[in-house]
Design a protein around this ligand. Structure first.
Ligand SMILES: NC(=O)C1=CN([C@@H]2O[C@H](COP(=O)(O)OP(=O)(O)OC[C@H]3O[C@@H](n4cnc5c(N)ncnc54)[C@H](O)[C@@H]3O)[C@@H](O)[C@H]2O)[C@@H](O)CC1
Ligand SMILES: [K+]
Length: 504
């Protein structure tokens, strides 16, 4: 699903009006009907409703919703904030329509003074102050109103966007002046800012309402951001030939583990095998010899000359992919071996964990990374490499810049992991759950992506399929085991079911 920006949404709105064709007021009515329907599904007509409408089309939606709910028998009070004396055309039209409805309990157009209504726990507030047209942080009376609503015990439904929240960039927003919704009814598609962890408590539960924006218009519009779905992943999966043999199914090399961190190498190797690779070789310090041989008998173990750390680059000529970093440690010996390894390796590479921490300590080396390398930092690792980011939007922007600059594929991990591609596009992964916030989960992802690269998947496809499978395996695991007890090993154990689900 494409994620359009506010500017693109505005254009698509116009495109729909021109090409469906439909009058803009009727498109607004369509949106309002969908919103009123969703409200009626959850709140009975006995619920007192207070609607707050702003001067733009978000306010227009809110006034139309107020009318529709009043007609259905809800007790509705509506407040329209017209401070500047200018309403959008459709907002003004809906004001007129609302005023003509006898069933509305109270309608007040606020021009200056505002005496806020009492909002108790049984009240439903409909927040239609601002939507995708918000262009600066809320201040003054609007900020006070938002704080008043947030401080009340009333339930809050936001139309399209919680008022005060920007649809994309909230880096310089005033977060205290943003509505905390219990439910956000967003139109057509989630907004970019909804995908960021720090915004979840403004959005509450999210429901996306289809208002039939032109399919043709959306198909024609190039979106920088999109959310991956199963239909995108399925055709990317490579079929196994009946004549496959282990030599034709990819030959992966993992450089992982140090003293005390053998488990990371084990997890990456097991995940790599479960992700369908023909052969895996794990290069690790001597101390991990037994651990690896016993835990992953399917893997070839290649021992470093050192007892406790990775110290010498490996000849990677025969391998079809390299995964490097899990549990590697950050000693200087390892750092030098790492950069030598990255420089001399010809096959596709995924670098994670300590490989990234080492790069953060030697930022000049970033320029030496081979083109097409996949980096899989979690937010803290990314910040260590790139410098502190104020929020997820800034981090995403910087990750995009870095992907373009280095010609790299960067997966910023989290709920909705973001794959930033060298061409500037970003794919968000929808699978996965909070149970996967557990040690070793990243090592599993590295193993999976290494396997897919080794199998011959292109970098972008290996990342997309890898993120999706990793999250899906975690989701299936959580269904059987619950989120609390989920471990990284469980993700590996449920990978077969994730594959089977996609191959169905
Ligand atoms: N394609 C769609 O998704 C559709 C969107 N519609 C609605 O239209 C909304 C967007 O409408 P608009 O573009 O009119 O934008 P908004 O209604 O979000 O707000 C725009 C108005 O607020 C003012 N404004 C912006 N920031 C402000 C601030 N910080 N303080 C005070 N005033 C501020 C602007 O000058 C403008 O007058 C959507 O959120 C949605 O609710 C629907 O009507 C139907 C179709
Ligand atoms: K709103």
């Amino acid at each position: 699903m494409k994620i359009f920006t506010s500017a693109q949404i505005h254009e698509l709105d116009k495109y729909t009006i021109e090409h469906e064709p439909i009058d803009s007021i009727d498109l607004m009515e369509r949106a309002a009907k969908a919103i009123a329907r969703s409200i009626a599904e959850e709140w009975s007509t006995a619920t007192p409703v207070v609607v707050f409408a702003g001067p733009g089309n978000n306010g227009g939606d809110a006034l139309a919703v107020a009318r529709l709910l009043a007609e259905q028998g809800y007790g509705v009070s509506a407040f329209l904030f017209n401070i500047t004396g200018h309403l959008s055309a459709d907002c003004a039209a809906n004001k007129d329509r609302l005023v003509s409805v006898k069933k509305i309990q109270q309608f007040i157009e606020v021009k200056q003074e505002f005496d806020p209504p009492h909002l108790d726990a049984g009240t439903l507030v409909v927040d239609g102050l601002f939507g995708s047209g918000l262009n600066k942080p809320l201040a003054g009376g609007f900020a006070s109103l938002v704080k008043y609503i947030n401080a009340s015990p009333a339930s809050v439904v936001s139309i399209d966007v919680p008022s005060g929240l920007m649809a994309e960039d909230n880096t310089y927003n005033v977060r205290a002046n943003t509505i905390h919704a219990d439910l956000t009814l967003t139109l057509q598609q989630p907004k970019l800012s909804f995908l960021f962890a720090e915004n979840q408590h403004y959005i509450g539960r999210l429901k996306v309402l289809d208002i039939r924006i032109s399919e043709e218009g959306m198909a024609k519009t190039d979106a920088r951001y999109h959310i991956v779905d199963e239909n995108e992943v399925r055709p990317l999966l490579k079929k196994r030939s009946d004549f496959a043999h282990k030599g034709s199914m990819g030959n992966a090399l993992l450089v992982a583990g140090s003293y005390g961190m053998g488990g990371a190498a084990v997890l990456a190797a097991r995940a790599c095998l479960r992700a369908g690779v023909g052969k895996v070789t794990v290069h690790s310090p001597k101390c991990n010899s037994l651990v690896l041989q016993i835990s992953v008998p399917e893997a070839v173990v290649q021992l470093d000359q050192e007892e406790t750390v990775f110290s010498e680059p490996v000849d990677a000529e025969d391998y079809t992919a390299l995964g490097i970093g899990p549990g590697l440690g950050q000693s200087e010996t390892t750092a030098i071996a790492l950069i030598a390894q990255l420089r001399r390796t010809q096959c596709p590479i995924v670098a994670d964990a300590d490989a990234l921490n080492i790069l953060a300590n030697h930022r000049a080396w970033l320029q030496q990374l081979p083109k097409g390398i996949i980096l899989t930092p979690h937010p803290k690792e990314f910040d260590r490499i790139n410098g502190h980011c104020a929020d997820s939007y800034e981090r995403l922007s910087r990750a995009c810049d870095m992907a373009e600059r280095l010609g790299a594929y960067i997966i910023v991990k989290g709920h909705y992991s973001a794959l930033c591609k060298p061409d500037g596009h970003v794919a968000f992964n929808p699978t996965g759950n909070a149970g996967m916030a557990t040690a070793g989960s990243g090592d599993v992802l590295t193993g999976i992506i290494t396997a897919l690269l080794a199998r011959g998947y292109k970098q972008a496809d290996a990342c997309t399929v890898g993120m999706y499978l990793h999250g899906l395996a975690g989701d299936i695991a959580a269904r059987s085991l619950g989120k609390e007890s989920l471990t990284a090993g469980d993700i590996i154990n449920y990978l077969p079911q994730a594959f089977m689900r996609l191959e169905d």
